[in-house]
Design a protein around this ligand. Structure first.
Ligand code: AMP
Ligand code: MG
Length: 362
């Protein structure tokens, strides 16, 4: 099929373009849409056969549930059996925004949309194009990230095109996603509410707004749960994006130790004839002269810039064909938990400890 690409000016949204996207969605087609987190792959959430098409386009296992995107808070009543007070407080405080809420579903939500679960995930995205689309058409749009299974989430329409050109009807280009990593997911069907995936909305913010303690699923920083039975959230059951290259996270008590250790690893790998990459920040970008490819994701002074640049950088390493990537680590900052969760998954939990500037392993 031919994939149509519609370019939007987010300052002045052309409602005729939105109508064209609405036509595709009403006819059961798939439309990739921009959000503030990453690009999503949308289809009518209330039609099971459409959700099956989404899985097929992504090449993704079909028991991995989708997030339903809504344009109005009232839409949640159509799909959720019950909305606890705390969930309501969270929606009021953070929507539209990077927070996904898990609630008990109504029967109207078909099994393929929820991966067979009796719960449904809902979010109101904060992007002018997609919010206008949802509000103008009234469609509830199921959407996982718009990447091929096994690739990093897309943060530009170009990334979506690289993965899904010819596999979906339409891509809405609304510019780069400004946050760059997926939404925080909170399960409100358990007490206390539990974070299943960390993101820009933090546990502290959620606790403040809901007046309740908020738990963190231990699997968030646990090892791979692939193959094990009964994971808490189906999203954790499958191996996540892993670059074609080995990705190794290097941690250390001092940033200086990490830089020196990575320098040593690069020399060692190069001596073995491997093409090396380093994922770093503006502060250290000049410090890896021996690496074949150095990618700067952002600045440590504002780790939101690291989140914003992360997936694009991982895609570039793949495009440039490096054999091994050494990544600095980003704990401790405002978004450290969310960034490290994605990096650990991409690295398949390969972490090296840099001690006193000496690399040991790998
Ligand atoms: P993504 O495909 O990256 O956009 O994210 C969708 C993710 O939302 C899934 O992989 C799940 O981890 C999560 N999710 C969606 N619905 C549910 C649910 N009902 N229960 C738990 N996790 C869910
Ligand atoms: Mg995804």
């Amino acid at each position: 099929m031919k994939t149509q690409i519609l370019e939007f000016n987010p300052e002045w949204i052309d409602s005729r373009l939105l109508e064209a996207a609405g036509d595709v969605l009403r006819s059961g087609g798939l439309v990739a849409f921009p959000t503030e987190t990453v690009y999503g792959l949308g289809g009518d959430a209330l039609r099971g056969e459409v959700s099956r098409k989404i899985y097929a386009a992504k090449g993704r296992p079909s028991d991995n549930p989708l997030i339903v995107h809504v344009g109005r808070i009232e839409d949640v009543d159509k799909i959720a059996a019950r909305i606890p007070e705390q969930a309501r407080a969270a929606m009021d405080a953070f929507w539209p925004g990077p927070l996904t809420i898990i609630l008990e579903k109504k029967p109207i939500v078909p099994d393929p949309t929820t991966g067979g679960l009796r719960t449904v995930a809902v979010r109101m995205p904060d992007h002018p194009v997609t919010l206008a689309l949802l509000r103008q058409t009234g469609i509830l749009m199921a959407g996982p990230s718009a990447n091929l299974s096994g690739k990093p989430s897309p943060t530009t329409a170009r990334h979506v095109r690289a993965d899904l050109d010819g596999r979906i009807e339409m891509i809405l280009d609304g510019g780069p996603s400004c946050l760059g990593i997926e939404s925080t997911i909170v399960d409100f069907t358990v007490t206390p509410p539990m974070i299943l995936r960390p993101g820009f909305v933090s546990a502290e913010q959620l606790a403040y707004v809901t007046g309740s303690p908020v738990a963190l699923d231990p699997a968030v920083f646990g090892k791979e749960t692939a193959g094990k039975e009964a994971p808490r959230a189906p999203g954790m059951k499958y191996r996540h994006y892993a670059p074609a290259a080995d990705l190794i996270l290097v941690e250390g008590a001092e940033p200086e130790h990490v830089v020196r250790a990575i320098g040593e690893y690069v020399l060692r790998a190069a001596a073995e004839g491997r093409r090396t990459g380093v994922l770093t920040t503006e502060e250290n970008r000049e410090r890896y002269p021996a690496a074949d490819v150095v990618r700067c994701v952002g600045s440590r002074r504002d780790d939101a810039t690291v989140a914003a640049g992360l997936y694009a950088a991982l895609r570039e390493f793949d495009d440039l064909g490096v054999d091994v990537i050494y990544s600095e680590s980003f704990p401790g900052g405002e978004h450290g938990q969310a960034i490290m969760n994605r990096l650990l998954k991409a690295a398949g939990h390969q972490v090296l400890e840099a001690e006193h500037g000496r690399g040991h392993g790998p």
